[in-house]
Design a protein around this ligand. Structure first.
Ligand code: ISE
Length: 336
């Protein structure tokens, strides 16, 4: 089978890491084209990887040689390019979030259903992480009874420094937990709440940090997720599932222990790119394989829509400081 020819729109940091992994690590696909808001932004990536640089994302998506699209632009532009791909009948992988608002996600869902063909996958890479997959297998085995509570933490060293605002922990960081935990326990959410502990003196201006998000599921499972953007010690992701007959913990990355200077030290990753490379590799290899067979078997546009509905409720709770009920729509047959 020939290689899947891919065009990437958005050649910032994450776009570049995906081009690198597809062209230098994975099999069966090749990025051949790129586009960005302005031609000069994608020139360096085009030169480095020998890609054809297009003036606009739309032109790249329409090009007959481009068989599938990856969208790694800024969040507000996802809808525009995902829609262009769906209208062209081309498979499209869109980094999370599918779009910043549930309304925009719903428009994508409607367009995909109208096209009558599954084309969209959302970049919720944690579903491909071997640690989360182990947790899922243990929960699904039923051996430990039903999950009752989940205690999670999403700590960044400083998430790239200044520029973070109070809305971003839900919309940029905890959106990962919103998706992966729904997948892990197989239940929709019914309520969200966000509260503020005392703000750290290390938080940048305009950011209340840390924050705690509480979620309730249909059967009454209670989840707490701590987001700490300026933890100032490392990138630390925790998930403990308390079941009726046991607790299940997300494995820590296997870093060698160092004994030195009267101490035993196990290094912690610095950021997401160090913590989840395997998840990204598996995610993209599976996307390439499935796309070549005309399937989408990762997180769908519907998953992206439900994640955004939940994030919108959590954001409303954060802004108004009271719990917000979530009314999840019934899954259309197309996505079942
Ligand atoms: C970033 O956009 C990500 O997706 C990372 O996984 C997350 O840890 C980080 O907080 C976000 O800003």
């Amino acid at each position: 089978m020939s290689e899947l020819k891919i065009g990437v729109v958005g050649t910032g940091a994450i776009g570049r890491t995906h081009i690198e992994r597809i062209n230098h690590k994975l099999q069966g696909g090749r990025v051949i084209a790129c586009a960005d808001a302005r031609l000069e932004f994608c020139k360096p990536a085009a030169d480095q990887y020998g890609l054809k640089a297009f003036e606009t994302g739309e032109e790249m998506i329409a090009a007959p040689e481009v068989e599938a699209v990856i969208c790694t632009t800024g969040d507000p532009w996802h809808e525009q390019y995902v829609m262009a791909a769906v209208k062209a009948g081309k498979p499209v992988f869109c980094e999370k979030p599918l779009s910043p608002t549930p309304e925009a996600c719903k428009r994508i869902v409607d367009a995909e259903m109208a096209a009558g063909k599954h084309l969209v996958q959302v970049g919720f890479m944690r579903r491909f992480d071997p640690g989360y997959l182990q947790l899922k297998k243990l929960i699904d085995s039923g051996k430990y009874g039903s999950p009752l509570m989940l205690h999670c933490a999403h700590r960044n060293y400083d998430d790239g420094g200044v520029g973070f605002t109070t809305n971003m922990p839900v919309e940029n960081s905890m959106i990962h937990e919103i998706d992966v935990l729904r997948w892990l326990i197989g239940e929709n959410y019914t309520r969200a709440e966000v509260v503020f502990p005392r703000t750290s003196r290390n938080a940048c201006e305009g950011l209340k940090d840390p924050q705690i998000m509480y979620l309730t599921t249909e059967s009454g499972i209670r989840i707490d997720v701590e987001s700490f953007i300026f933890s100032h010690y490392g990138y630390d992701i925790k998930c403990e599932v308390v079941c009726e007959e046991g607790t299940l913990n997300l494995p820590e990355p296997a870093n060698a222990m160092i004994r030195s200077g009267d101490a035993r030290i196990t290094p912690i990753c610095h950021d997401w790119s160090e913590r989840f490379p395997e998840a990204y590799n598996i995610e993209f290899q599976q996307w390439i394989n499935a796309t070549k067979e005309g399937r989408v078997d990762g997180p769908s546009a519907w998953d992206g829509y439900l994640a955004q509905l939940t994030a919108a409720a959590a954001s409303q709770s954060r802004d108004e400081q009271h719990p917000v009920d979530i009314h999840m729509p019934e899954t259309p047959g197309f996505y079942r």
